[in-house]
Design a protein around this ligand. Structure first.
Ligand SMILES: *Cc1c(COP(=O)(O)O)cnc(C)c1O
Length: 421
């Protein structure tokens, strides 16, 4: 039996209608921005394997550090115990985050990082005897697939089966010059009930790479600070260079109370989640009363292998070469955007840092499930490029090590697709 046949017998894939899906592509090896299939075909990973990879696949330096850690300590319970890599990672992360971030709480992935953030906010208020349980989020937000994270995400086809069970959230529009004042007064009106405001800074990934301006985010976060509404910056996707700066919140001066990280944290090597918070949040849980404890943890909290991958990824991330690559990709994207923006099939093209998104003209049917999406997906796969359009929105977000040759090839194929599809 082939690998694919064996897969189809035993595996249920994520976000996949198993009745209709094409068989999965068997990948056996990765190197740089390339993935190699069982039959030897090379694919350019133009979406960084679901937005996680930043330094390229099977990076030798990360592999070496992980291998060393595996021989030293693979795992230890993190309640009542600690270990060097978890402490070093927390120290080094806090050193590059906004300076109000003072404590690191580990979990396993982006959704759990968000769950922890939500629980921190809810219990922050309840520990002080205040009932503030409503949450504020942006329309079309995506914060993960577990129930709390799903609750603060926009209601959509993906949440439909669960909508009646999700907790109540106030959804507001993305900020613009026209609505910023009204958003601020909405927040002021709701403030006494609000536990927190959670947002994806600058780019809403899953919504279709929707982008909004830093100066309005700045105003919203500053306003929440003044109104004592806690803020959670979900940097699970935007963290570690995606937006052109180390963190999307580096584009603003106002500082969030809580930040969430995962995807790029280990360079895309291991599952790891981090929630950071201010001293003020942390202090609200300090008590002689044990009921004020943050009762949350996972079996693999602060797994040493994952922490060592994150440390190795951070070494690479802080090299000048990585910054240069991010600037190089952003410049290439912006040139390409200028080139195609007037194409009749392009509705809009937008870019933030290493992320570029193109909205295709589709006539009437713009849903995620329209057939254009599938045609584009397979067209690029045939061309040896992994691109995974969100409905009629095609986006590129490559590992930072991608070569100019590969980038130019992707751009050329997109131009070709614009004329052919
Ligand atoms: C992907 C994502 C998550 C969820 O992360 P998982 O590791 O997939 O659970 C949360 N927030 C944002 C902004 C994301 O893009």
């Amino acid at each position: 039996m082939s690998l694919v046949e064996r897969d189809l017998k035993v595996i249920w894939h994520p976000y996949t209608q198993m009745k209709l899906a094409q068989p999965p592509i068997p990948i056996v090896r990765g190197e740089g921005a390339s993935l190699y299939a069982e039959d030897g075909k090379r694919y350019i990973d133009a979406i960084s394997s679901w937005w996680v990879n930043i330094h390229g696949h099977a990076h030798p330096y990360i592999a070496q550090k992980v291998a060393e850690q595996l021989k030293q300590l693979e795992h230890v319970i993190f309640a009542g115990f600690t270990h060097p890599v978890a402490v070093e990672l927390a120290e080094r992360l806090l050193a590059i985050l906004p300076d109000n971030q003072q404590k690191v709480f580990y979990s396993d992935n982006g959704s759990t990082a968000v769950e922890v953030a939500i629980k921190m906010c809810l219990q922050y208020w309840s520990n002080q005897g205040q009932s503030r349980t409503k949450m504020l989020a942006f329309k079309n937000a995506y914060h993960g697939d577990t129930f709390g994270a799903m609750s603060v995400s926009g209601r959509s086809a993906f949440t439909a089966a669960f909508d009646s069970l999700l907790f109540e959230v106030e959804f507001i529009d993305l900020p613009t010059e026209d609505n910023i004042e009204s958003l601020k007064s909405q927040i002021s009106n709701l403030k006494l009930n609000l536990a927190c405001f959670i947002f994806e800074p600058l780019v809403q990934g899953s919504a279709g790479m929707l982008m909004y301006e830093a100066k309005y985010l700045e105003q919203l976060v500053a306003h929440c600070n003044t109104e004592q509404v806690l803020t959670i910056a979900d940097e699970v996707f935007t963290g570690f260079g995606r937006t052109g700066k180390p963190f999307a919140c580096d584009h603003i001066n106002a500082r969030p109370d809580i930040m969430c990280f995962s995807k790029g944290l280990t360079g895309g090597t291991m599952a790891l989640g981090v929630t950071t918070c201010t001293q003020q949040i942390f202090d609200a849980f300090l008590s002689d009363d044990k009921l004020k404890t943050l009762f949350h943890g996972h079996s693999f909290t602060a797994n040493p292998i994952a922490c060592s991958a994150a440390l190795a990824s951070m070494d690479l991330f802080l090299e000048q070469a990585t910054t240069d690559n991010i600037i190089r990709i952003a410049a290439a994207h912006s040139q390409f955007a200028d080139k195609i923006k007037h194409h009749p099939k392009i509705k809009t093209v937008r870019q933030t840092g290493t992320i570029i998104a193109m909205e295709w003209e589709t006539g009437s049917n713009t849903s995620y499930f329209n057939t254009l999406r599938d045609r584009l997906y397979h067209y690029f796969l045939d061309a040896g490029i992994i691109l995974r359009p969100l409905g009629n929105i095609l986006y590129i977000l490559p590992p930072y090590c991608i070569t100019n040759t590969d980038l130019d090839y992707i751009y050329a194929k997109i131009e070709h697709a614009l004329d052919e599809i």
